[in-house]
Design a binder for this molecule. Structure first.
Ligand SMILES: NC(=O)c1ccc[n+]([C@@H]2O[C@H](COP(=O)([O-])OP(=O)(O)OC[C@H]3O[C@@H](n4cnc5c(N)ncnc54)[C@H](O)[C@@H]3O)[C@@H](O)[C@H]2O)c1
Length: 442
């Protein structure tokens, strides 16, 4: 399928209908969708990719390179057809005939994930995180193993949906990997083991930083120039997804989750409450949507210990991406895997790229049928970051239970190119940001 990138998304529905009809025809004719891919009984695991962006391409490549099981990429899905061809070309260059994706298994649109999932044994979910709960729920419903990128949700209802599906996945013996790849780095595994063995004493405080520059932005002007037409608000937000909470969760969720997840690992638990400050000081303008450019949060854990967390997207400032634990007998640098104090130590081993290792580990579990579920931790580390955002947006102290039970559902009820997202620009073209002290917790 070769659809130009500037085609109106409304026309793409035609393709979806055609591909849906193809699959439906196959089923009516007594052929399962699986028969398009591989004969039953093969020892080759069929992989589908949902979300053909940067990370999806990387994750699919790692699934095809894994050292544990034979794999083929058999289907892809994306809302934008222009994203699929680039991904498939790159993967074919790297993996040759391990990429077996005919046009009939390139699925386009908001519902495309369902068909991709039905074509595979293992699905990679790598869309913007707002879609993760519905896509994970569907993968589990269809009985498929999953590799899902982080975060796995952007709001309380999404976390609840993901956790419920994670429970069903366990009952169905499905293996679930979550892209918090530090859990697969031997240096991080060893430093955590030493901390849990008491080598830095009682952990009384931790700190988590993701202070860096601002990531990509896809401006409305650039996008409309490339498309040669005006974009609907839905398409604009989907293409510039980083800056909208329903898609991204804000950078405290999309990015800082990695640091917060490391602290949860140190604590073997999750915070009971958060108190935060945040705002948007330097990254202003209509194309920066509704997210903040800085968040500072104090998380408290059940034992009374605190995590001081900061994340910032501002240019020209000091930068630091790190996580540390401070104990009564020493300190641990959790990114560099160094302990100082009574039991000084430094990781000196060799480590495979953790992005590859996480796929080697997941496919080994699938092949050997050993228990494997990172879903609950993925959901709870996502909720940690969401809890932080709820506190910085409202200016209130928020508890874990309040965050988990929050009723704020950010996902639009209708997903279509001409449907309205819940958030729309003001007359000025700017989007309304949260106002601490005024924005209500829901
Ligand atoms: N583990 C890590 O270190 C790491 C690194 C980078 C990104 N990520 C995560 O990977 C995910 C994707 O990030 P990215 O950088 O690849 O973004 P991206 O914009 O490059 O790719 C996202 C793709 O998903 C597609 N998409 C959007 N909505 C869809 C839907 N409903 N159904 C199907 N396809 C849809 C988009 O068109 C796009 O092709 C994010 O959750 C991000 O946080 C993780």
């Amino acid at each position: 399928m070769n659809t130009p990138s500037n085609e109106s998304p409304l026309n793409r529905r035609g393709f979806l209908k055609t591909s849906g009809a193809l699959a439906a025809g196959a089923l009516a004719g007594g052929l399962s969708v699986e028969r398009f891919a591989h004969a039953q009984g093969s020892d080759i695991l069929r992989v589908a990719l949902v979300g053909c962006g940067g990370r999806g391409t990387g994750a699919a490549s790692q699934a095809l390179s894994n050292t544990s099981a034979k794999t083929r990429l058999v289907a892809v899905a994306d809302v934008f057809p222009d994203k699929m061809d680039g991904t498939l070309n790159d993967l074919k260059k790297m993996h040759g005939d391990k990429v077996e994706v005919p046009d009939s298994r390139k699925f386009v649109g908001f519902e495309a994930y369902k068909q991709a999932i039905s074509s595979c044994d293992v699905v990679i979910l790598a869309t913007p995180p707002g879609f993760r709960p519905m896509q994970f729920e569907e993968a589990v419903r269809q009985g498929k193993h999953v590799f899902t990128e982080k975060p796995v949700a952007v709001d309380g209802p999404g976390v609840r949906k993901f956790l419920a599906a994670a429970e069903v996945a366990k009952q169905k013996n499905l293996k679930v990997g979550v892209g918090l790849q530090r859990h697969h780095h031997p240096g991080h595994i060893e430093v955590m083991k030493r901390i849990h063995d008491g080598q830095i004493g009682d952990v009384i405080a931790t700190r988590a930083y993701w202070n860096g520059n601002t990531p990509w932005v896809r401006t409305r002007a650039q996008l409309e120039k490339t498309a040669g037409r005006k974009l609907t608000e839905m398409e604009y937000q989907m293409r510039n997804w980083y800056y909208f909470v329903w898609l991204c969760g804000d950078h405290i969720v999309e990015q800082h989750i990695h640091n917060l997840d490391m602290i949860n690992w140190v604590k073997n638990g999750y915070p009971v409450k958060a108190r935060g400050n945040g705002g948007c000081e330097t990254r202003k303008g209509p194309d920066y949507g509704e997210i903040f450019d800085h968040h500072v949060v104090e998380f408290t854990y059940a034992d009374g210990s605190v995590c001081f967390s900061q994340c910032r997207h501002q240019l020209g400032c000091w930068n630091d991406v790190s996580h540390h634990a401070i104990g009564t007998k020493g300190k641990a640098d959790l990114e560099r895997n160094v302990i100082t104090g009574d039991n000084a130590w430094r990781f000196q081993g060799r480590a495979k790229d953790p992005y590859q290792q996480e796929h080697d580990d997941l496919f080994a579990a699938i092949k050997n049928n050993t228990p494997y579920s990172e879903a609950e931790n993925g959901a709870k580390s996502s909720l940690t970051a969401i809890l932080g955002r709820m506190s910085t947006y409202t200016g209130k102290e928020i508890s874990w239970d309040e965050a988990l039970n929050s009723k704020l559902d950010t996902m639009p009820k209708n997903l279509a190119w001409d449907a309205d997202p819940l958030v729309k620009p003001l007359d000025s073209g700017l989007y309304q940001l949260a106002v601490p002290g005024k924005t209500q917790f829901v």
